[in-house]
Design a protein around this ligand. Structure first.
Ligand SMILES: Cc1cc2nc3c(=O)[nH]c(=O)nc-3n(C[C@H](O)[C@H](O)[C@H](O)COP(=O)(O)OP(=O)(O)OC[C@H]3O[C@@H](n4cnc5c(N)ncnc54)[C@H](O)[C@@H]3O)c2cc1C
Length: 543
């Protein structure tokens, strides 16, 4: 049994709150640190507070970037998850959610950083024509000013600075990585998103170079030039005079410190890559495969003895599959349809695009079994299934896979939970993927209710009518050799009302897997049907 929902919520809230506080702390610490230190006296004076702002934002970017890589170290996360008490597992399953939140924070801080630099430039320009002595002196003495003369064009001036050109490149890389991660691009051009995402690795050397551009300088001769005294009108116009008690201030940029932020996460990511490399050179043992109706490949492999996850997995988890015969770079996620109690790992792969089509063709046409590489299993929302006594499992098409694993496990473990298994598919032959499993489970799991909906949405109306007619007139609807099917879409109101009527528990888990409009509909209905006495707790997964 996992943590109660409320405790989970509190824990997530604490972590999110801690992260927001850490962001604020990074910014504030850097801002006030520079605001107080004497060696930045003239820097503050010359550029104004925008220079402190740009540094504070830079520190917050470093902080978020330093955690970002951890969220994609899936082997490391799986390992930590395995040593943590099981009820805290959910924290590691939402790593991708954290990854997105960290990225949004990086965008916001980057905009703040760039905006602040814009004001730094404006202040630098203003100082060039300023009439006050200090600004005048700082332009002519030392190397604090980024420009000595009024630049004709801002762009030419910025690209002449190391900090400027590296800043532009960084903005470009961030822009490419962020825009290519937008959901419509990820869904329609996954490979484009995947390869462009690797531009992220340019960010680390670029940040180092950017930091070494020395746009922000500190005074290094405080022992002979006390700014509190030398900036006074009596002394500020005699910095260059022989015998003056105030020699001109000398400024120096610090070396880039960003690498200190990234050394740990880069180190762990390197270990992650090494582990993946080992998975790559040690393929798993093939057990069997079958091509099921509607071009679905059912693939079974032996559990790997090399797995860092000690061969254990939970219901609803997924693995990444790589078939080097198709692509040596691509990993594709597939939910395990085997139960944790099974001695093998099984996936069902539906033909969706290039890679899956090639995978199916490879197993269909080839006599020799291709090398199969598996990475995982990793977490998924459907892992929480065991925490509820009453569950609605709703999936469309191949989205039923996490629940197939659950039903299989329920059968092996002789579970007595009340399970409403709702499967919606456009074609009749889809149901054959798990036909045997469901029929056996119906007989063995006492409180399993299988509801199957055939939408025929991809057929023209005339053919659909023929199918319905043939179906109604066949004996199949009444015999127990095949699953009973309903036509059209489920009436969720009716199903939820029935669950509410027959349910003894105060909390019903609603697990859904399918396209977004489908999971959105279930989220709405779960909310609508929840009362003070009965809560429908919603979970979703979108393939
Ligand atoms: C957690 C999870 C579990 C999944 N479980 C199953 C399953 O049990 N059975 C099944 O048939 N499918 C499953 N999928 C979907 C499956 O991963 C994609 O259909 C497959 O990767 C498509 O690759 P493609 O190149 O053939 O198709 P494409 O035409 O390239 O893509 C089709 C769709 O799959 C997505 N996709 C493509 N490549 C990837 C990738 N490497 N990682 C994530 N998404 C990708 C795209 O965004 C697009 O929406 C699952 C997806 C996820 C995220």
């Amino acid at each position: 049994m996992g943590l109660e929902r409320e405790r989970r919520f509190q824990l997530s809230f604490l972590i999110t709150g801690g992260w927001i506080l850490a962001n604020v702390a990074c910014f504030t610490f850097e801002y006030f640190n520079l605001n107080q230190r004497e060696e930045y006296f003239y820097t503050r004076n010359f550029f104004g507070h925008s220079i402190l702002f740009s540094r504070g934002a830079a520190q917050a970017i470093n902080f978020n970037l330093s955690i970002l890589l951890f969220t994609v170290c899936r082997n490391l996360l799986a390992f930590i998850r395995s040593i943590f008490p099981k009820e805290f597992g959910f924290l590691f399953d939402n790593a991708i959610y954290a990854h997105k939140r960290l990225s949004y924070a990086i965008i916001i801080w980057s905009i703040a950083h760039i905006g602040a630099h814009y004001y730094n430039f404006l202040h630098n320009y203003a100082a060039l024509s300023a009439s006050n002595t200090i600004s005048h002196q700082l332009v002519n003495n030392g190397n604090l000013s980024l420009f000595k003369i009024m630049p004709a064009e801002l762009a030419t001036e910025i690209v002449s600075l190391q900090a400027g050109v590296s800043g532009i490149l960084l903005t470009l890389v961030f822009f490419i990585v962020f825009t290519s991660s937008a959901e419509p691009i990820r869904r329609s051009f996954y490979n484009l998103f995947y390869y462009l995402h690797h531009f992220t690795f340019l960010i680390f050397p670029l940040l180092y170079w950017h930091g070494n551009g020395h746009a922000v300088k500190r005074q290094v001769n405080l022992d002979v030039h006390d700014p509190a005294v030398c900036s006074l009108p009596a002394y500020s116009d005699s910095w260059n005079d022989p015998g003056s008690i105030c020699p001109e201030p000398v400024f120096q940029g610090s070396f880039s410190q960003s690498w200190k932020w990234f050394i740990l996460s880069n180190g762990f990511y390197t270990i992650e890559l090494i582990i993946r490399f080992f998975h790559f050179i040690w393929p798993v043992d093939y057990v069997s495969h079958e091509i099921l109706p509607s071009d679905v490949l059912q693939l079974k492999v032996r559990k790997s003895t090399l797995s860092v996850r000690k061969n254990s997995h939970f219901i609803g988890q997924y693995v990444y599959v790589k078939l080097p015969a198709i692509s040596i770079f691509e990993w594709h996620p597939f939910t395990l349809t085997s139960a944790p109690e099974d001695g093998f790992l099984q996936v069902h792969i539906r033909s969706a695009g290039d890679w899956t089509q090639n995978a199916i063709r490879l197993f269909k046409e080839n006599q020799a079994i291709p090398k199969i590489i598996i990475d995982g299993p990793y977490g998924a929302p459907a892992q929480g299934l065991d925490e509820f006594q009453t569950i609605i499992c709703a999936g469309t098409g191949i989205g039923i896979t996490p629940f197939a694993s659950y039903v299989r496990s329920a059968m092996i473990r002789k579970l007595e939970s009340r399970i409403y298994f709702v499967w919606i598919a456009p074609r009749m032959d889809c149901f054959e993927w798990f036909d045997d499993l469901l029929r056996q489970a119906e007989a063995k799991v006492p409180f399993l209710r299988v509801m199957i909906f055939l939408t025929l949405s991809n057929m023209d109306p005339a053919t659909a009518q023929d199918v319905i007619y043939a179906k109604v007139n066949s004996s199949e609807g009444n015999n127990n050799k095949s699953l009973r099917k309903n036509f059209g879409r489920p009436n969720w109101d009716k199903i939820f009302d029935e669950v509410a009527r027959t349910n003894q528990n105060a909390n019903v888990g609603v697990f859904s897997c399918g396209p977004k409009p489908f999971t959105d509909e279930l989220r709405d209905i779960s909310k609508k049907k929840s009362t003070d006495q009965l809560e429908f707790t919603f979970f979703k997964e979108n393939f």
